[in-house]
Structure formats: structure tokens, C-alpha cells
Design a protein around this ligand. Structure first.
Ligand SMILES: NC(=O)C1=CN([C@@H]2O[C@H](COP(=O)(O)OP(=O)(O)OC[C@H]3O[C@@H](n4cnc5c(N)ncnc54)[C@H](O)[C@@H]3O)[C@@H](O)[C@H]2O)[C@@H](O)CC1
Ligand SMILES: Nc1ncnc2c1ncn2[C@@H]1O[C@H](COP(=O)(O)OP(=O)(O)O)[C@@H](O)[C@H]1O
Ligand SMILES: [K+]
Length: 486
């Protein structure tokens, strides 16, 4: 059993692949073995997360996920706990494995109750797993609500009930203020939906057990890429080795966004950072950050530079985009640059032509910006973030960084998209996206392949938020930029 962290390197498999892996594993093992292993693993993790528990409420559903719950109940009963099972299903229609486990729970003396106990020390959600096909209703919906309303921990079996394991979409996510600490023990494969969209909130800390069935020829749907390796600087290196970044943005009233991106690029190790401001009346120097070289955006020669374009660009960014798209050696497009491109077929064609000319481009949309680029709604994007990121990457010939909880990084399709596990809601504050764009710019400027540069910068950006001390002042974008690690 393995606890998944932001440092974990692992492949993620969709439901269809998981079903094939499960069938192959089941065929190679004596009847009923997988469910017994799954139930034992649930019982072991239950004892680890709530060692002092007495009453353990196990809510079991109508399929094999419920079967895992029955099996865990039998195991916990044997170990002296007090499991109480509520079952939302029809015994006569249980799949054979689950029916055998129901019998084993009865034989062990487990209590079956029509309603949840008055209190519990741990709740186990074994209602629905990868077989969930529609929103939860009736008793299952009630029970899930009750679990999340209490302060006792919730352990989800395989997948939090109601969560789409492929996409992380869910109609049953706990309310953001829900008290219960959450854990999820997932079997056979790690599933992408646990790590993006509503998956992070629903699953909590994810544990993985391969049930003794490692190795598969199935293609992963996505990957967890783990922490980037440190890149030590050679002693004899100089600023020319770390590239020039030119931030272009900062229309009147929005200079701060461009300066934040510049500050982030600087602290992330770029050799030289220029900031081309669109505001003609902008100051000539940023006294708080005098290392930044402030220029008129139109005067910058981008042919040897990595441009970071769009931060605080407003509508004025439209006028400079044709030159930026044509001349920047490498490019990060953010915010208003993306909005301008979404509305302009000529700019879209110019963007797509960069890939044909071998010029790397990274785009960093949040879900609404992504929706504009894909001509759909933000809800459509959030309904399948992996698919949206893949579409952006292939339609525009770019590396697409779809931001948000479980940022997705998609490239040319030669490797699966990466799901990033660093970051948290401390980043939900204005300007943190500008900081990310600057950090990616600095990584690109060192000639790293665009996909790797984006992946590494996204990981580091989120890691700053994850390691921000609990008692420290709130994480502002300015502080985030100053923490940007090389
Ligand atoms: N069969 C096996 O060998 C193993 C199965 N495993 C478990 O089995 C799970 C998959 O089992 P199933 O395929 O039976 O799927 P589920 O247990 O997720 O549930 C499927 C059943 O629920 C019904 N259902 C779906 N959505 C519903 C809703 N909203 N309201 C009411 N009923 C709904 C379906 O019609 C079907 O009867 C995995 O997630 C995992 O927990 C594990 O034990 C590993 C081994
Ligand atoms: N709840 C969250 N969990 C993880 N990352 C988050 C969360 N909220 C925001 N972020 C990150 O913060 C950044 C916000 O970017 P963006 O929405 O463009 O903000 P802004 O335009 O104000 O700079 C993105 O990198 C995003 O992934
Ligand atoms: K479940």
C-alpha cells in the first residue's frame, strides 16, 4: 500500500483500462481473491487512520464496491472493532463476488442496520466505485451527506462515491466547509479523476494498493510526474547561459501583472528579464525590483528571447501579438493574450504556425480562458479537464497548461498528459497566474523542452504554496514570485 504525494511518479489509467486490468487479474487468481485482498486492505488502512476507533460505519452499495465494504466489515469484526453496515442495494441482484462477501460479513457476526449509527469514529464509503453511472439519490445520497457532515474521518473505497474516476467530475463532492478528514484507498490502478477537478476535495489523501497485480501493457491516460530534479549550475556559467525573458503586458492600470511575471522570472533564475509595458506612461524603473529592465513593449527585439505575453495586457495586447507570435524564439501566452487569440482567426493561424516553424509555445489558460479558446463553456472544460487540455495542445500546436485544482499539462500527444499534484487554494488569489507564467518563461529560457519546462515550473509554483508555513501571513502573488526557486 502506497500513499500518493506530489513526489509520486506513476501512471494513471482510465476506467476502461482498469476494467481490463481487473479482468486479467481476476482470471489469473482463485475466485474471489481480489475482493478479499481489497477488503483486507480497506480494513488495514481503516485501522491506520483511526486506530482508536470503536464504531465504524460502513455504507455499502449495490455492486462490487459494496462487496469490498462487506469484506472490510468482516475483517474489522475479526479484529475487535464494531463495524455497522448499512446496505443500499438488493441482495438478490448483487454480483457474485459481492454476494459471497456479504455472506462472509454475516458469518463474522457483523451488525447490519437500516440506518447509520447515531455516531461513528470512522465512516467507510463503499457505495459506488468505478461503476457509478448517474448521480446518487435516495439513501445513498443521504448517507454520503451524513458522512461528510461529521468530524469523523471518511475512507472512500476505490473512488469517492459519485466521482467520475476518469474526469474528476462529481455531483456528490463534499461541501468545501465539510469537516471530515478524507482518505481514499484505490485499487489496481490510480485513476486520473482522483487528482483533478473535484477529485482532490472528494478523495482527500489517496492511497494505492495494486492487490498484488503489478505490471500492465495498457496505455496510461495520464501521468503523475513527481518532483523535478535539481539542476545544479556549473561554476563557470554566466547570465547568458540562463536566457533572456521579455514579459509583455501591463496596459494602463495593469502594470502590476507584468511586473509580477517579471519578478517571478527573475527569481526563477532567468539570466536577464525585460518587461515591455504597454502603458506609455509607465515608470522607467521598478524601484522595488530594479533588476527588471523596463522597456517600451514595441522596442523589444524578441528573436533571441523567451517572451511571456499577456499578463495585464488588456485589449492593448492585440496590437503587439502578431509581432510577438512571429518573432519570439520561445513563448508563454497567458491571460489577455489568450483572450485576444480566442477571438481572432488570424492570430490562431499564426499561433498554430509556430509549431511548424519549430518555435515552442506554452499556453497557460484557466478554465474560462480555455473555454474561450475551445469555443465551449468553463463547465464543459471542467467536466473533462484532461480532454480539454489535450484538445488545446493539438488544436494550437502548443504545450497547454490548464490551471486549477490538479493542473493538467498536455503536449503533442507523444506522451500522456501530466497531472500536477502540488498547489492548493492558497493560490486562489489575484496574480498567482502571472507568477506561474513568469516561472515557465524562466524555465523555457534555459532551452528546456517546452513540456518539461512547463511541468517543472507548475510543480515548483504549487510546491511553494504547499510548503508555505501555516502561521505565516497569507501567500500573496508578490511573495510567491520572490520564493520562485531556480
Ligand atoms: N470484481 C472484482 O474483482 C473487483 C472489484 N472491485 C471493486 O468493484 C468496484 C466496481 O464494481 P462494480 O462494477 O460492481 O461497480 P460499483 O460497485 O461502482 O456499482 C455498480 C452498480 O451500481 C449501480 N449504480 C451505478 N450508479 C448508481 C447510482 N447513482 N445509484 C444507484 N445505483 C447505481 C449500477 O447499476 C451497478 O449495479 C470497484 O470500484 C472496486 O471497488 C475491487 O474489489 C477489486 C476487485
Ligand atoms: N484551489 C487551487 N488549487 C490549486 N491551484 C490553484 C487553486 N486555485 C488557484 N490555483 C493556481 O493559482 C494560479 C491562478 O492563476 P489565474 O487563475 O490565472 O490567476 P491570476 O489571473 O489572478 O493570476 C494557477 O496556477 C492555478 O492553478
Ligand atoms: K466508494
Amino acid at each position: 500500500m502506497q500513499c500518493i504525494t506530489s513526489a509520486t511518479v506513476a501512471d494513471l489509467f482510465d476506467i476502461a483500462a482498469t476494467r481490463r486490468i481487473e479482468q486479467a487479474a481476476a482470471a489469473a487468481l482463485p475466485h474471489h481473491t481480489l475482493m478479499q485482498r481489497a477488503g483486507l486492505a480497506v480494513a488495514r488502512l481503516a485501522m491506520a487512520v483511526a486506530p482508536h476507533a470503536r464504531t465504524i460505519w460502513i455504507a455499502c452499495g449495490p455492486g462490487n464496491n459494496g462487496g469490498d465494504g462487506f469484506e472490510a466489515a468482516a475483517q474489522l469484526q475479526h479484529r475487535g472493532f464494531l463495524p455497522i453496515v448499512t446496505f443500499a442495494g438488493d441482495e438478490d441482484r448483487l454480483p457474485p463476488d459481492a454476494r459471497a462477501s456479504l455472506q462472509r460479513a454475516r458469518d463474522a457476526g457483523v451488525i447490519f442496520a437500516p440506518e447509520p449509527p447515531a455516531t461513528w469514529d470512522l465512516a467507510i464509503d463503499a457505495l459506488l466505485g468505478i461503476g457509478a453511472t448517474r448521480p446518487l439519490a435516495n439513501a445513498m445520497a443521504d448517507w454520503l451527506r451524513q458522512m461528510h457532515a461529521m468530524a469523523s474521518p471518511v475512507l472512500s473505497v476505490d473512488v469517492p462515491s459519485g466521482l467520475n474516476a476518469d474526469t474528476g467530475a462529481s455531483s456528490a463532492t463534499p461541501h468545501p466547509g465539510a469537516l471530515s478528514p478524507r482518505f481514499c484507498l484505490t485499487f489496481l490502478t490510480l485513476k486520473p479523476g482522483l487528482f483533478t477537478a473535484k477529485g482532490r476535495d472528494a478523495a482527500g489523501t489517496v492511497w494505492f494498493d495494486d492487490l498484488g497485480c503489478s505490471g500492465t501493457a495498457e496505455s496510461p491516460a495520464a501521468r503523475l510526474a513527481g518532483a523535478p530534479a535539481d539542476a545544479p549550475r556549473s561554476h563557470a556559467s554566466h547570465k547568458g547561459n540562463y536566457g533572456d525573458v521579455a514579459v509583455i503586458g501591463g496596459a494602463p492600470g495593469m502594470a502590476g501583472a507584468a511586473l509580477l511575471a517579471g519578478s517571478a522570472a527573475l527569481h526563477a533564475g532567468a539570466g536577464r528579464v525585460f518587461v515591455g509595458l504597454l502603458d506609455p506612461d509607465a515608470a522607467a524603473v521598478d524601484l522595488a525590483q530594479p533588476e527588471l529592465m523596463l522597456r517600451d513593449a514595441k522596442a523589444l527585439d524578441l528573436s533571441g528571447m523567451t517572451a511571456v505575453c499577456g499578463c495585464g495586457g488588456g485589449a492593448d495586447i492585440r496590437a503587439v501579438l502578431p509581432r510577438v507570435l512571429a518573432t519570439a524564439a520561445a513563448l508563454v501566452l497567458d491571460a489577455d493574450a489568450l483572450n485576444a487569440i480566442a477571438n481572432d482567426g488570424a492570430l490562431q493561424a499564426q499561433l498554430a504556425s509556430r509549431a511548424r516553424r519549430g518555435r515552442p509555445t506554452v499556453i497557460t489558460p484557466h478554465p474560462l480562458e480555455a473555454a474561450r479558446l475551445l469555443n465551449c463553456t468553463a463547465a464543459d472544460v471542467q467536466a473533462d479537464r484532461l480532454a480539454a487540455a489535450r484538445q488545446l495542445a493539438s488544436r494550437y500546436g502548443v504545450v497547454a497548461v490548464l490551471k486549477g485544482s490538479g493542473t493538467v499539462i498536455a503536449g503533442d500527444g507523444s506522451t500522456p498528459p501530466v497531472l500536477n499534484l502540488t498547489g492548493n487554494a492558497r493560490l486562489a488569489t489575484a496574480g498567482t497566474g502571472d507568477v506561474l507564467a513568469g516561472m515557465i518563461g524562466a524555465a523555457l529560457a534555459t532551452q528546456r523542452p517546452a513540456f518539461e519546462a512547463a511541468r517543472e515550473a507548475v510543480w515548483r509554483h504549487g510546491h511553494i504554496a504547499d510548503t508555505w508555513p501555516a502561521g505565516a501571513p497569507p501567500l500573496t502573488a508578490g511573495a510567491l514570485a520572490r520564493q520562485a526557486p531556480c
